[in-house]
Design a protein around this ligand. Sequence first.
Ligand SMILES: N[C@@H](CCC(=O)N[C@@H](CS)C(=O)NCC(=O)O)C(=O)O
Length: 218
Amino acid sequence: MKLYWSPRSPFVRKVMLVAHEAGLAGRIETEAVQVTAVQTHSRVMAHNPVGKIPTLVLEDGTAIYDSPVICEFLDTLHDGPPLLPRDPAARLRARRWEALGDGLAETLLVWLGERFRQQPGQSESRITVCRTKLAAILSALEGEAADLEAAPFGIGQAAIGAALAYLDFRFGDVAWRPDHPRLAAWHAGFSARPSAVATAFWDELAAAAGTEPGTKGR
Ligand SMILES: N[C@@H](CCC(=O)N[C@@H](CS)C(=O)NCC(=O)O)C(=O)O
């Protein structure tokens, strides 16, 4: 199976985290593509009319998107501990955690989009909304850090771990750790997992241009 992929996408990273945790990474061929809110990619569009990554294409041509659906599919392909809990209450909580992580990633992508916009087109009010949401999400996650630590690693931790790593990757000036010590401790443990090490973000565009991550390309 082939995954349309980028080393700079939090949603792609969530899928790859799940693939590594499930022992499936070796079965996934990746094709690097660049898609943004202002740039489509013909091969991604051919499989996914929404034009977003991650998009997974199976051997028989079946396309699977978006990241929650891909993760649910991958979880059916292995016999290890499930990434989506079978117990309904635990599953509901894992899905909510996934929504929190994905919501954080979406918020950061909107913020990044504003940052790329040239002045005077930049929307201060949009950036303020992103900051407000970021503060609220971090506060909610700080309150759940003990549960994130105690629960078996799953889809929720993958989404939240990827989104917090994206915060560090794109917004290194946001010092979120001092006010969220339990979440910071949990994230340190997440970052040390082999799956997290294997899927680290990488901004090849900024590297090629000799600039900081987040100043070129999405
Ligand atoms: N809900 C989607 C979101 C995926 C997403 O927004 N991906 C970004 C890259 S990080 C993208 O493809 N952006 C292109 C666009 O906005 O058209 C998912 O969970 O897979």
